[in-house]
Structures are given as structure tokens and as C-alpha cells.
Design a protein around this ligand. Structure first.
Ligand SMILES: NC(=O)C1=CN([C@@H]2O[C@H](COP(=O)(O)OP(=O)(O)OC[C@H]3O[C@@H](n4cnc5c(N)ncnc54)[C@H](OP(=O)(O)O)[C@@H]3O)[C@@H](O)[C@H]2O)C=CC1
Ligand SMILES: CCCCCCCCCCCCCCCC(=O)OCC(=O)COP(=O)(O)O
Length: 325
């Protein structure tokens, strides 16, 4: 009789014999080595792509845009930082110029101030942006505002304001900078969308609509300019710990002014900025940067829309009840 312990150790010896007497072990190490080498080459290519690249970032005054400025600067990019607040842009420029936490050669950023909801200002800004370094390699459409409200309470002016900031502004800037990219047959357009560009959740109609429009516009653009060597990346994050909810607009156009729990518990903007840098460096076309629940929500919306709609209706009922009580 062989005891269970002896049987287990015999099995272990036989398994080891099998692995060493066949080509499996060398094959396994070979695959791991090739994978490691592949990742290293991918990393080196991404670094080379970003080093010295002219990168325009909108909404650089706060949150994700500010953190993107830090990581792209550290990667050696030549930055054009855009926003509405001159002081905040100058303060960030000073901070970046003073930081030496990188081995790569860094460059002093330029700043361009304009409001994305003003088409005339966007056209003037696009010319100024191009003059900064002579061309644009990568445009990161990051600026945006969110919204909270019920459809029937929301004025059309609010819907338009959110759409102008999150959709028409980035579209206008992209259209203004695209001809330069097409002439050089080189360029990369990035849109910071949201999980809400894939799913509509209650009391976010204007915001989710603007992000769905963003996703669709940049998907169409990607197909049209692929033959011209222009890259398009759409990034859809879940909650990020920024002032997005504080700055959100409400149904009557006033500022929401509060930090929501979901936002406060969101990912750190620095972590998301690193993921944006990696996605751009790898020229990824479409990236969702979210936790399990929002990611499941996207699959559910496609695979079982009926169930998804029921869940959203129940979410709306709960939110309305909590608000009324
Ligand atoms: N935080 C989150 O949970 C998530 C955010 N996102 C997206 O990330 C992006 C960045 O938002 P986040 O950093 O979180 O929020 P913030 O409110 O911190 O930053 C928004 C930025 O957009 C700028 N901006 C707003 N309106 C305009 C305008 N009319 N013209 C020019 N710039 C403007 C702001 O500039 P100013 O200082 O002048 O107001 C600010 O720099 C947005 O597109 C947002 O939709 C996506 C998923 C989740
Ligand atoms: C049987 C499987 C169960 C699966 C559960 C699916 C539940 C789906 C619910 C998904 C809701 C997630 C909403 C995520 C929203 C989000 O991350 O938005 C990011 C933002 O842009 C935040 O902006 P906001 O202004 O809304 O803070």
C-alpha cells in the first residue's frame, strides 16, 4: 500500500521528470523571454515616440489634464498647455520647469488661454498653438464639464453648454489642427471620453450624450485618417478623484459645487494620467480605464440591453427617493 503523501511526492517527481525530459520547460522559458523582450521593445518605442513630441493638452489647469501635463513633460514631450485660467497655467509651467525628476531632456511648456465654447477663440488659439513649436504631433482633448439633473428640469441652454464644452469645442480644435497633421502625414488625436460615452446612466443626460457623441465622432475620424498615418485614441475612464463633480453644471445652469462619493473614491488622476501616457505611447485605438462594475455595465448594455435598462431604471428610482427624503 502506498500512502497518500508518498503518492503525491511520486506524482511531483513524475511531473518534474516529464517537464525536464520534454521540451516543455525550455519552451515555457523561451515564451516568457520573448514576451519580456516584446514588452521591452514596446516600452522603448513608446518612449521614443513621446520624446520631443509636441503635445497639446486642453484642460491642463486641473485634475486629469494637470497630471497628464506632468507625465508627458517627464517623458520629454514639448507641451502646449491650454485652459481658461492664465494664473493656473503659469503656475503649472513654473512647477514643471522647476522639476528635474527625469533622466530625459525636458522642454519649457508654452501656454495658450481660450474658452472651448467660443468657436472664434478656438480658431485663434489653434493658430497660436501651431506657432508655439511649428507643428502639433499629439492633441489631447481632455477639457470637459459634467452635469447633474433630470431631463424634464434641465434648460436647453444647459444641454447646449455641456455639448459645446465636451463635443463642439474638441471637434472645432481637432478640425483646426488636423490640416497641419495631414500635410505632414503625421499626428495623433486623443479624446478623453468617459465610461458614460458607452452607457447612459440616469441624471447625466447632457454629459452622457456629449461623451457618446465624442466616441462616435472620433471613431469616424479614426477610420477616415488611417490612410494618412494619423492615429486616433479614445480613452474612457471610470470615476477619477478630481473636481469634475464640484465643477458640474446643474439643471438650471448653476454650479453643483459638491464632491460626490463616487468621485472621491475614484482612481487618482496621477494613476489615470500614467495609463493615458501608456495608451498614447502604444498608439492604442480605444481604451476603457474602469473598475469591474462600469466595465460590466458596458458589456451588459451590448449583450443584455433589457437587463441593463431595468438596472438603470431602478437606479433612477433609488436616486429620486434618496433626493426626496
Ligand atoms: N473625474 C472623473 O470622474 C472623470 C473625468 N472624465 C473626463 O476627464 C476630463 C478631465 O476632467 P477632470 O480632470 O476630471 O475635471 P476637472 O474639473 O478637474 O478639469 C476639467 C478641465 O476642463 C477645463 N474646462 C472646462 N470647461 C472649459 C471650457 N469651456 N474651455 C476650456 N477649458 C475648460 C477646466 O478648466 P478651468 O480651470 O478653466 O475650469 C479644467 O482644466 C473631462 O473630459 C472629463 O469628462 C472622464 C471620466 C471620469
Ligand atoms: C449581473 C452583472 C451585474 C453587473 C452590474 C452592472 C451595473 C452597471 C452599472 C454601471 C454604472 C456605472 C457608472 C459609471 C459611471 C462612470 O464611471 O462615469 C465616469 C464619469 O465620467 C464620471 O462623471 P460624473 O459626473 O457622473 O461623476
Amino acid at each position: 500500500m502506498v500512502s497518500p503523501a508518498t503518492r503525491r511526492s511520486l506524482l511531483r517527481v513524475r511531473a518534474m521528470d516529464f517537464l525536464t525530459s520534454t521540451a516543455i520547460l525550455p519552451l515555457l522559458f523561451g515564451c516568457l523571454g520573448i514576451f519580456g523582450l516584446f514588452r521591452l521593445l514596446q516600452w522603448m518605442r513608446a518612449r521614443a515616440y513621446l520624446r520631443g513630441a509636441v503635445v497639446v493638452i486642453t484642460g491642463a489647469t486641473s485634475g486629469l489634464g494637470r497630471e497628464c501635463a506632468k507625465v508627458f513633460h517627464a517623458a520629454g514631450a514639448k507641451l502646449v498647455l491650454c485652459g481658461r485660467n492664465v494664473e493656473a497655467l503659469e503656475e503649472l509651467t513654473k512647477e514643471l520647469s522647476a522639476s528635474h525628476a527625469t533622466k530625459v531632456q525636458t522642454h519649457k511648456p508654452h501656454t495658450v488661454t481660450f474658452d472651448l465654447t467660443d468657436p472664434g477663440a478656438v480658431a485663434t488659439a489653434a493658430a497660436e498653438i501651431t506657432r508655439c513649436f511649428g507643428h502639433v504631433d499629439i492633441l489631447i482633448n481632455n477639457a470637459g464639464i459634467s452635469y447633474r439633473g433630470a431631463v424634464q428640469d434641465t434648460t436647453l441652454d444647459v444641454d447646449k453648454r455641456v455639448m459645446e464644452t465636451n463635443y463642439f469645442g474638441p471637434v472645432a480644435l481637432t478640425k483646426a489642427l488636423l490640416p497641419g497633421m495631414l500635410r505632414r502625414r503625421q499626428g495623433h488625436v486623443v479624446a478623453i471620453s468617459s465610461v458614460q460615452g458607452r452607457i447612459g446612466i440616469p441624471f447625466r443626460s447632457a454629459y452622457a450624450a456629449s461623451k457618446h457623441a465624442t466616441q462616435a465622432f472620433f471613431d469616424c475620424l479614426r477610420a477616415e485618417v488611417e490612410q494618412d498615418e494619423i492615429e486616433v485614441t479614445v480613452i474612457s475612464p471610470g470615476y477619477i478623484h478630481t473636481n469634475l463633480s464640484v465643477n458640474a453644471v446643474t439643471a438650471d445652469g448653476s454650479r453643483y459645487g459638491a464632491m460626490d462619493q463616487n468621485t472621491a473614491q475614484g482612481r487618482s488622476p496621477a494613476e489615470v494620467a500614467r495609463a493615458v501616457l501608456a495608451a498614447v505611447g502604444r498608439k492604442q485605438k480605444d481604451v476603457v480605464l474602469a473598475d469591474l462594475q462600469p466595465s460590466l455595465g458596458i458589456y451588459l448594455r451590448t449583450l443584455a440591453p433589457g437587463l441593463f435598462f431595468r438596472l438603470m431604471a431602478s437606479r433612477a428610482r433609488k436616486e429620486r427617493k434618496a433626493k426626496d427624503s
